[in-house]
Design a protein around this ligand. Sequence first.
Ligand SMILES: Nc1ncnc2c1ncn2[C@@H]1O[C@H](COP(=O)(O)OP(=O)(O)OP(=O)(O)O)[C@@H](O)[C@H]1O
Length: 487
Amino acid sequence: MHTHLAVITASSDDVVTTRCMSVFEAEGHSYQTIIDPQKILLLLRDEHSCDVLLVDMELPSLRTGRFLEEVASKMDVSRLWIISPMGTTYWRNDAERLGIRNVIWKPVQRHDFERVLETVSVRKAAILPAPAVSQISSKRHDTPCYIEDLPGGRYFLAACPAMMKLYETVCLLAAVDVPVLILGESGVGKDVVAALLHKHSLRSSACYSSLNCAALPPDLLESELFGYEAGAFTGAIKAKAGKFELADHGTLLLDEIGEMSAPMQAKLLHVLQDGRYSRLGARTESHVDVRVIAATNVDIETAIAQNAFREDLYYRISAFTIEIPPLRERREEIPFLIEQLVLHHAGSLRRDPVYISPEVMTLMMEYRWPGNLRELSNYVIRIQVLGNTDRVKADLEERIRGTRGIHAAPVPVAGEDAQEIAGMRLIVRTQRDRTESRLIQQALEDSGWNRRHAAVDLNISYRSLLYKIQQYGLTQNRHHMTHARSA
Ligand SMILES: Nc1ncnc2c1ncn2[C@@H]1O[C@H](COP(=O)(O)OP(=O)(O)OP(=O)(O)O)[C@@H](O)[C@H]1O
């Protein structure tokens, strides 16, 4: 026999609602979502209207007023749960004063809701038949997976400790207006993390915009960033606002900042110092208030050592850094990502989803994913388009065969000596670099050193390929691998 609970989430956050729904409905309970705090107060007039009240403190209307106090006067606070983003504590003094002890920190996990159910089941134990109580407490906790929707149909998924920690860091950094540098390989999710940071920041009602600094030649980059006046150059018929102007009061992601030319670095430093800039062809200066988040997949410290990147600019953009691990270092997320990608891509292709067989899933868990989540996404699209996994299976097998034993990630053994693991990782990394540079050299030779074709064959971005050619010191007409690092 199931308990039927009425749960109210004062949440504007779809994720909280969705999680609540899946856990509570799976258990046979009912729930209700209310966004307007006044409606909650009305509802609480009837003391049997709900067993538990979950209040999402992110709701802007709760920041002012005496909502908690009013709720506490209408219900037993042991039935009241606060849901709060990490680092948000404006409610803490009120909660302490009112004796509210139940707090769930975002990202909300399934077991958080199980905690809620457990407290209710304890209170109801006297009237509940025994099997219902044991059914609740014997439920196994699933591997936590957190998904948060982002504008533009995108989402952020975290399903491993490193990414959960990263989410917490993002929430902390979102609350303060400091520059953040996001580091990580191509396709690892730098843009997604920047969008998440913007969503949680006080700037979230203004624009989030991003620009890939490597994709444009310096002149075009300058006009994209700062805009231009009519007649500033041939073809500039009408004046155009730049990214800085459009992102005023919001957030601007400058992706691949490590690729920016020296003159552009100087101009960027200027605008970061005092918010002042000039449109191309303008006689006067304008002022903006933009939070700049920078991202790169190149080693900026090496770029500084080689005088390719300004040290003063680096310090200006990197008050805090967030490093996103490559997919091969968080393989436990792959099944969760695949599940979402299958639904997403099948939906946009208007097809029935083609699910991944356990066999192919094993291969996907084993493959090294040099193109990270973008490459994983492409594989899932291929499967949805082809309607089966045969070709992808053969392709993955071939790729893994070429790299097996070198690219397969070591599975850490619980309790293993940290030093030994570090040593093993170093060996694996060195081997990986050797193999990677050999594969890149091969792809370049196969394409007659057409870098764009080679980048497509390797499934990495053109810029990443250029970076790797430089990193490994690869040159044309050499049949043997050159490994700059290990030489
Ligand atoms: N944590 C995540 N959850 C869900 N999807 C993700 C996540 N991280 C990345 N993705 C998806 O993977 C793809 C690549 O992500 P993104 O563009 O943010 O990577 P990037 O690191 O900025 O790449 P690049 O360096 O090439 O610009 C996108 O389709 C994005 O939606």
